[in-house]
Design a protein around this ligand. Structure first.
Ligand SMILES: C[S@@+](CC[C@H](N)C(=O)[O-])C[C@H]1O[C@@H](n2cnc3c(N)ncnc32)[C@H](O)[C@@H]1O
Length: 193
């Protein structure tokens, strides 16, 4: 019998990379990428096709198993690792970090800020941080991003950041539901006063 998790990964977030990732990153062509809570790795495989060496992390063994099989089949530079992103510590920094459809899973301020600080830290100087999340005024995770949690976390970091894009986009059909999309570049260290 097919488990709920297997069913989920057969139908959801399967092939096409995120449209905003396509739109904003079409100019970029190399480096190391981290796809956070990658699922089956639709964005990982897209980044690999641009020339990135990609690590995708997800707590689902099923998703990572399917992703690694596909990477082997397609001889793609994608490596999947099973882990909880709240516990995992990375030994390297990345030229791009993608958090696609994950931040809304975290409801508590302490979790949210922990995750933001972690991935702010793991972005290389000159590297990009891309975040996309479903948005509504009732969704705590995405609301707090928009209300300044992310900007404050960047402000408090040791580096300067250039915000390239920030948007809340609502669909025509359902005005209440939208997406929060954010892209920023990590610049040099701030001057000490
Ligand atoms: C909605 S899917 C998004 C998948 C992918 N980012 C995409 O855009 O196609 C959310 C994924 O987050 C993973 N996830 C949820 N909480 C996690 C955690 N604490 N650590 C690692 N992965 C997590 C789930 O297993 C699932 O694969």
């Amino acid at each position: 019998m097919v488990s709920t998790e297997e069913w989920y990964y057969s139908y959801c977030f399967v092939d096409e990379p995120d449209g905003d990732l396509l739109k904003f990153l079409e100019e970029v062509d190399n480096g190391k990428a981290l796809d956070v809570a990658c699922g089956l790795g639709r964005n990982s495989f897209y980044l690999a096709s641009l020339g990135y060496e990609v690590i995708g992390v997800d707590m689902s063994e099923i998703a990572i198993g399917m992703m690694n099989e596909k990477a082997k089949r397609e001889n793609s530079k994608v490596k999947g690792v099973v882990c909880d992103i709240q516990e995992y510590n990375f030994s390297e920094k990345f030229d791009i970090i993608v958090l696609s459809y994950i931040f809304h899973y975290f409801f508590y301020h302490i979790e949210q800020i922990g995750i933001l600080n972690k991935f702010i830290e793991y972005t290389k100087e000159g590297g990009l941080l891309f975040i996309k999340v479903p948005y509504s005024d009732e969704r705590i995770g995405s609301l707090s991003l928009k209300e300044g949690l992310l900007r404050n976390a960047l402000k408090e970091s040791d580096n300067k950041w250039l915000i390239i894009h920030e948007e809340v986009r609502f669909s025509e059909e359902e005005k209440k539901w939208g997406k929060y999309i954010f892209l920023a570049k990590k610049l040099g260290l701030k001057k000490k006063e």
